[in-house]
Write a protein that binds this ligand. Structure first.
Ligand code: SF4
Ligand code: SF4
Length: 130
C-alpha cells in the first residue's frame, strides 16, 4: 500500500520536474548588450501572438521583432538598449531583465557567446549524489 502511495506521489511530482531544474550561475555582466539585442520568447511564436502579448502586457511594447533564426523562431530585441549595449531605462527595467540569467528555468539554459555569466548545469547524477 505504501509503495502504491509512493508511486502516485512520484508520478504527481514528476509533472513538476522541469520547473525544478535550477542552475548555478557564476560570473558577472560584461555589459555587452547581447541579451537585450537578441532574445527568444517561450510562448510567442507568431507576429500576431506578439501583438496580443503587447496588448495584454503593455510593458512588452519596449520589444520588437528583429527577425527569425534559421529554424523560424522569432528573435526579439529591446528598443531601449543603447548602441553601447547599455540599458537606457535601467531604473525601470523589467523584472526579467533584473533576474537575467534566471537560475530556475524549464529548459536547458544557454547564454550568448561571450557573456560574462556561466550556467553550470546540474546533471541527474548530481541530484542523486546529494
Ligand atoms: S549577454 Fe551577458 S554579459 Fe552581455 S549584457 Fe547580457 S548578461 Fe551582460
Ligand atoms: S529594458 Fe533594459 S535591460 Fe531590459 S531588455 Fe531593454 S535594454 Fe535590456
Amino acid at each position: 500500500m505504501l509503495d502504491l502511495l509512493k508511486s502516485v506521489l512520484y508520478e504527481f511530482l514528476s509533472y513538476f520536474v522541469p520547473q525544478r531544474q535550477s542552475y548555478e550561475i557564476t560570473g558577472h555582466c560584461l555589459k555587452c548588450g547581447k541579451c537585450c539585442n537578441y532574445m527568444y520568447s517561450m510562448d510567442t511564436y507568431t507576429e500576431k501572438e506578439f501583438e496580443i502579448m503587447q496588448k495584454i502586457f503593455p510593458k512588452y511594447k519596449r520589444f520588437y521583432i528583429k527577425g527569425r533564426d534559421e529554424y523560424g523562431n522569432l528573435i526579439f530585441a529591446c528598443k531601449l538598449v543603447t548602441p553601447e549595449g547599455l540599458c537606457s531605462d535601467y531604473k525601470h527595467r523589467l523584472r526579467m531583465c533584473k533576474n537575467y540569467p534566471a537560475k530556475r528555468i524549464n529548459y536547458r539554459g544557454q547564454l550568448h557567446e561571450g557573456c560574462g555569466y556561466k550556467v553550470n548545469f546540474k546533471e541527474f547524477k548530481d541530484y542523486i549524489e546529494k
